[in-house]
Ligand binder design. Structure first.
Ligand SMILES: Nc1ncnc2c1ncn2[C@@H]1O[C@H](COP(=O)(O)OP(=O)(O)OP(=O)(O)O)[C@@H](O)[C@H]1O
Ligand SMILES: [Mg+2]
Length: 521
C-alpha cells in the first residue's frame, strides 16, 4: 500500500479511536493537512469540532477557516482549546509546526498537559511537524510518518497536472513518458514535483525530451547535501580512449537504467566497481558515464565520512546514502572506495559496520542511483564487496594497449594542438608510449601544447619535438613497476577487462565473465 494511503487509513483510525496525541512526521505540510481535512470532513464526523493553529493564521475552524480568536499566539490558542476541551467532547486541535517539539521544554510539557486534559473528554491533539517529537509527548499517543510520494502517487500528480493543461498547450507525453518522469521524480515532495513540472510546461509545450530535462532539473532543488558533493560536468571534457568493453557494457546498461521495469522482475543496474592501474581512466570514466547518461554526478568522499565520535562515521555514511536515494536518478561516484572500507580488522568495528551498511544499501535500495566505485589497492578491499551480486560488474582497467594509446593520443593531440597527428608520426608516438598510462599521454601532449602556445602556434612545431617529449616522459608504471605488476596480476585474474578482449581471451567459446569465487560462495 502506498505510504499516503497507509497514513490516511492510520490517521482515520486514530481519530476514530480518539487517541489523545497523534504525531504526523512529514516535510510536506500541505499534503499532511490535506489528509487531516479529508479525515475531518468525513460525513460521520460532522459534529466533531476541528481547530487548526498555524503561526501565520492563528487559530481557525478547520472546516470553515473562520478565525476563532484575535490573539494569534500559540499560548492563546492552547488556552482556548483547554476551555473547549472541558466543555465539548470529541474536539480535535491541529498544531502545525510548533517550534522545539523535540525536547523536554515548558512548551512540550504544556502540550502534554493539554493532551491529558483533552483525553478526559475524548479530545485529541494532532501535531504536524518535520522534526522528532519529545518522547514524553509521543508516548501519550500514536505516530505516523508521511513520506514523499512514491512513483504511483507521482504518476497521479503528474497526470492530473497534464490533464489540467491539455488543450492549453501541446503535450507530447504519452503514458510511458509520464511513467518515466514519475520514476525520476521519486524522492522530491509533491510541491517540488509540481514546481518542476510547471517550469517545464512554462516554455509553452511539454515535449518528449522534457522527461530527461525534468530528471536533470530535479537535482537543482537539492543544495547543501549531506555527505555528497555535486560534481559539475562539462560533456566535451570526457572523451575516453580505449576501455571499449566497459563502454559497450555501459551503453547497454544505460538503457536499462532509464527503462520502466515495473512489469518485470528486473531491477535497475546498481553499479560497477572499477579497479586497476593508476592514471588509466577510472575517475574519468565516472564523469564520462554521468555526462553520457545526462545524469547528475555526486561524489561520496570516503575520507570525510570518518568522524571522531562513536557512531559518527556510520551516521554520516547512512545520511550520504539516503541523500543519494533522494537525488536519484544520479551517478554516485565513490572514488578510492578502499580508503573508507579498509582496516576491517582495526578493532573498532567501524569499517565492518560501514561495509555492512553499504552492502545492505546496494542490495535493498530501490533508487536509480548508479554507483561507480573505483579502487587502486584492491588487496585491501573487503572480499564481501567483490562477491557476485553486489556490483553488476567488476572491471579491470589496465594500461592501454597500442590501439587504445592511438585513440588517447588522438584525443589529446586534437585537444591541445588543435590538429590531427599525421599517420606516420602517430604510429611512432604509439610505439614510444608503450607502458604509458592515459594520464602520461595526456601530460606529455599537454606539455607539447604549452610549448606550441609559447612558441607561436602549430606552424612552428617541429615533429621531432613531440617525439622527444614522449621519449623523455617517464611513465608512472616505470616509477613503481612492482606495484603496477601486482595490480595487473590481481585484476587480470579476477576481473573483466575494461578494454577490448585480447586475442587470448577472444579465442574459443565466449569465456564467461570472470568473477572472484570465494571458498564460502
Ligand atoms: N582511457 C583514457 N582516455 C582518455 N584520457 C585518459 C584515459 N585514461 C586517463 N586519461 C587522462 O588521465 C587523467 C587521469 O585519469 P583518471 O583520473 O581517470 O585516472 P584513475 O584511473 O582514476 O587514476 P587513479 O587510480 O590515480 O585515481 C584523466 O583526467 C585523463 O586526462
Ligand atoms: Mg582516480
Amino acid at each position: 500500500m502506498p505510504n499516503y494511503a497507509e497514513c490516511h487509513r492510520d490517521l482515520d483510525s486514530y481519530i476514530s479511536a480518539r487517541v489523545p496525541v497523534i504525531c504526523m512526521r512529514t516535510i510536506e505540510q500541505q499534503r499532511a493537512l490535506r489528509l487531516v481535512r479529508t479525515a475531518a470532513t468525513h460525513a460521520r464526523r460532522g459534529n466533531m469540532p476541528f481547530w487548526i493553529y498555524t503561526r501565520a493564521t492563528g487559530l481557525r475552524d478547520l472546516r470553515t477557516n473562520a478565525p476563532l480568536m484575535d490573539d494569534r499566539s500559540l499560548t492563546g490558542a492552547m488556552e482556548y482549546a483547554a476551555g473547549q476541551f472541558t466543555a465539548r467532547p470529541n474536539a480535535t486541535l491541529v498544531l502545525v509546526e510548533p517550534d522545539d517539539l523535540d525536547a523536554d521544554t515548558p512548551l512540550t510539557r504544556h502540550i502534554a498537559e493539554l493532551a491529558r486534559l483533552a483525553d478526559t473528554n475524548m479530545g485529541s491533539i494532532i501535531l504536524i511537524t518535520d522534526s522528532p517529537v519529545w518522547s514524553g509527548l509521543q508516548r501519550l499517543g500514536m505516530s505516523l510518518q508521511l513520506e514523499p510520494p512514491d512513483a504511483d502517487e507521482m504518476y497521479a500528480t503528474l497526470s492530473a497536472f497534464l490533464d489540467d493543461h491539455r488543450g492549453h498547450i501541446p503535450i507530447a507525453w504519452g503514458e510511458q513518458d509520464i511513467r518515466r518522469a514519475s520514476e525520476f521524480l521519486v524522492g522530491v515532495t509533491e510541491g517540488e514535483a509540481i514546481n518542476l513540472m510547471a517550469t517545464v510546461a512554462a516554455k509553452g509545450s511539454v515535449d518528449e525530451g522534457d522527461v530527461l530535462v525534468l530528471a536533470q532539473s530535479k537535482d537543482r532543488i537539492f543544495n547543501d547535501l549531506t555527505g555528497l558533493q555535486k560534481v559539475p560536468l562539462k560533456a566535451a571534457d570526457y572523451a575516453v580512449g580505449g576501455l571499449s568493453n566497459l563502454r559497450d557494457w555501459l551503453r547497454r546498461r544505460g538503457r536499462l537504467l532509464q527503462a520502466d521495469l515495473r512489469a518485470t522482475d528486473l531491477r535497475p543496474p546498481r553499479g560497477v566497481l572499477l579497479v586497476g592501474v593508476p592514471g588509466c581512466g577510472k575517475s574519468l570514466s565516472a564523469k564520462a558515464i554521468a555526462a553520457q547518461w545526462q545524469l547528475p554526478l555526486y561524489r561520496l568522499d570516503m575520507g570525510s565520512i570518518h568522524g571522531k565520535y562513536l557512531g559518527e562515521s556510520e551516521g554520516r555514511f547512512r545520511e550520504a546514502l539516503e541523500t543519494a536515494d533522494r537525488v536519484a536518478p544520479c551517478v554516485l561516484w565513490i572514488d578510492e572506495i578502499e580508503k573508507g572500507l579498509a582496516g576491517a580488522g582495526d578493532g573498532t568495528g567501524v569499517p565492518q559496520r560501514i561495509i555492512g551498511q553499504f552492502l545492505f544499501w546496494l542490495q535493498e535500495s530501490q533508487s536509480r542511483s548508479f554507483v561507480v566505485a573505483t579502487a587502486n589497492d584492491v588487496r585491501s578491499l573487503p572480499p564481501e564487496l567483490l562477491r557476485k551480486g553486489r556490483f553488476d560488474e567488476l572491471f579491470f582497467v589496465d594500461l592501454p594497449d597500442a590501439q587504445d594509446r592511438e585513440e588517447i593520443i588522438g584525443i589529446y593531440y586534437r585537444r591541445y594542438l588543435k590538429a590531427d597527428p599525421d599517420p606516420e608520426q602517430l604510429a611512432r608516438l604509439v610505439d614510444l608510449s608503450e607502458g604509458f598510462a592515459g594520464s602520461d599521454i595526456e601530460a606529455a601532449l599537454h606539455d607539447v601544447g604549452a610549448e606550441v602556445y609559447l612558441g607561436g602556434g602549430t606552424e612552428n612545431l617541429r615533429p621531432a619535438f613531440v617525439l622527444d617529449t614522449f621519449a623523455n616522459t617517464v611513465p608512472l608504471s616505470r616509477n613503481n613497476p612492482e606495484q603496477i605488476e601486482e595490480i595487473r596480476a590481481w585484476g587480470r585474474e579476477r576481473a573483466v577487462p575494461a578494454g577490448r578482449f585480447t586475442a587470448t581471451t577472444a579465442q574459443g567459446p565466449a569465456a564467461p565473465a570472470r568473477r572472484i569465487v570465494f571458498l564460502d560462495d
